[in-house]
Design a protein around this ligand. Structure first.
Ligand code: AMP
Length: 280
């Protein structure tokens, strides 16, 4: 695997690949790689000639300095995992390489970055958009793979790509879960043993909600799920919302939308967990 640490190195290496008309599949990550990341990379391997992964803990998408400080960093393990699956390229720059100057770029996503995560993490999606666009410019992927685990992020990236007519196909990939249903996340390593027993309840409640949803009104379904989550004193719910799967705006009744998704964010100990489930 070729490890590239500067933009100049990466651009030169990528230009060479492009000149051979090879298709590049790209998976941007913040490292601490787990099977969820690996599933995206494996799909990229099947669909492209060359696979590139980036590892960059993007400071401008963190609205909480403690979260940035405590974000797990496991680069040696990550490199080993990438070697095992025969990833071709790792782009692993330092912060000052990516942001030699402060960034003032502002994206307008309308309502899309104001709801759900956007309400609780101001500036987060602008930071995501800045880094993903920058990485797309450097890596020039034909296809880029994003997990549905971060559903709102996926919608933001799809919207940015459409609005700016970027020449990259965005491929949504299903959420990988532990056997007990907990969505895999780099942050899970910070859960205590006791919290690890509670965390799977989040997905279990989403699954139950999906089963009973359309027999109830949207408001009833939401308040049922909220009350189930609130039964666990350890879970502090930030939001649980049933929203339109395109606009992410709340739906009032089941008939108003072609697609509906339930999105949730909870605090468990020091860890903030998000998850979602497509209802239809
Ligand atoms: P991150 O390193 O958390 O920024 O994630 C990098 C990419 O992996 C994003 O597209 C995430 O949505 C995706 N991802 C993270 N966790 C999972 C998971 N459990 N299943 C599938 N994709 C995931």
């Amino acid at each position: 695997m070729k490890i590239l640490k500067t933009i100049a190195q990466a651009e030169q290496y990528i230009d060479d690949i492009k000149s051979q008309s090879k298709a590049i599949g790209f998976v941007p990550t913040m490292g601490a790689l787990h099977s969820g990341h690996i599933s995206l990379l494996k799909r990229a391997t099947i669909e492209n000639d060359v696979v590139a992964c980036s590892i960059f803990v993007n400071p401008i998408q963190f609205n909480n300095p403690d979260d940035l400080k405590n974000y797990p960093r496991t680069i040696d393990d990550d490199i080993q995992k990438l070697e095992e699956i025969e990833c071709d390229i790792l782009f692993y720059p330092e912060v000052k390489e990516v942001y030699p100057e402060p960034v003032f770029d502002k994206y307008n996503f309308g309502q899309l970055d104001k709801v759900l995560e956007g309400k609780f993490r101001p500036g987060h999606f602008n930071g995501v958009a800045v880094i993903v666009r920058k990485l797309f410019e450097i890596i020039q992927p034909d296809r880029a793979y994003f997990g549905m685990k971060d559903y709102q992020q996926l919608r933001i990236i799809q919207t940015m790509t459409e609005n700016l007519e970027l020449p990259v196909q965005i491929i949504p990939c299903p959420t990988l879960r532990e056997k007990n249903g907990l969505a895999m996340s780099s942050r899970n390593v910070r859960l205590t043993a006791k919290e690890r027993l509670i965390a799977p309840s989040i997905y279990r409640i989403l699954v139950e909600l999906k089963k009973k949803a359309t027999a109830l009104s949207v408001a009833e379904a939401e308040s049922w799920a909220l009350s189930q989550l609130n039964n666990f004193k350890e879970l502090k719910v930030e939001y649980l919302e049933i929203v339109d799967s395109k606009t992410l705006l709340p739906v009032k009744d089941w008939k108003g939308s072609d697609g509906v998704v339930v999105c949730v964010a909870v605090h468990l100990g020091y860890v903030r967990l998000i998850d979602n489930l497509i209802i239809f």
